[in-house]
Design a protein around this ligand. Sequence first.
Ligand code: HEM
Ligand code: HEM
Length: 187
Amino acid sequence: MSKLIQTLSRKTIWLHWLVGVLIIGMLITGLYMLAFGGSELYLWHKAIGVVILLPILSRITWRIYEGFPHPVSPQATWAKYATKITHVVLLAGTILMPLSGFLMSALGGYGVYLWGVELVARKVDPLDPEKAVPINETISMLGQSLHHWIGYAMLAAIALHVAGMLKHHFLDKDPTLTRMLNKSKKL
Ligand code: HEM
Ligand code: HEM
């Protein structure tokens, strides 16, 4: 009787790729904005950053409900811990990045808008309407630092994550990557 080896649930696969692609896109636009500016891009970055909280919360709820996937083959203790730590950093980052971005923008007085729909109003200096007035500068600055450093932690974790996948696929030749692509071979 043929059976699939080491499959993952469809929800795990769909949520992994949906949130993964969105997060990579947001990290790239965030870094691009800092380097080159672009006020239109800020609006899109902030609006998409808020909206993707929906698939992110659904992904995290699903992970808590289902538990982490088991490795496809026995792993050394250090590898097991390295994988778990990387996955926890990635999942924690997916929730902390939108929250820190929201705090930075909303409490910095810059406002948060979903394509014209006001979530938090912009607060401006009456003498200089170009200038935002912070609602709570300390929390806004804290949000900014978290957004910056967690962003870099995520970039490092993604690099490790992809390197690990390439090792599994090309050196160990195991189905770690193919099962996340829903292409595990039948026995
Ligand atoms: C998954 C969600 C998000 C990711 C991955 C992300 C990623 C990033 C990154 C990597 C940067 C560059 C930061 C730096 O190097 O200092 C950035 C900048 C920024 N992000 Fe996000 N972001 C997300 C959500 C949000 C949200 C929800 C908001 C606001 C509502 C936001 C507002 C901003 C702003 C205003 C900047 C420019 C910061 C500055 O000028 O110092 N982001 N983002
Ligand atoms: C090109 C990029 C990526 C590739 C090739 C990739 C590949 C994979 C694979 C093959 C697994 C299964 C690991 C296993 O079965 O042990 C996995 C799991 C995981 N990946 Fe990625 N991934 C990528 C991007 C991302 C990104 C950007 C995130 C962060 C949001 C992420 C977060 C996770 C997490 C948390 C898991 C643990 C299982 C789960 O929660 O679904 N991945 N990834």
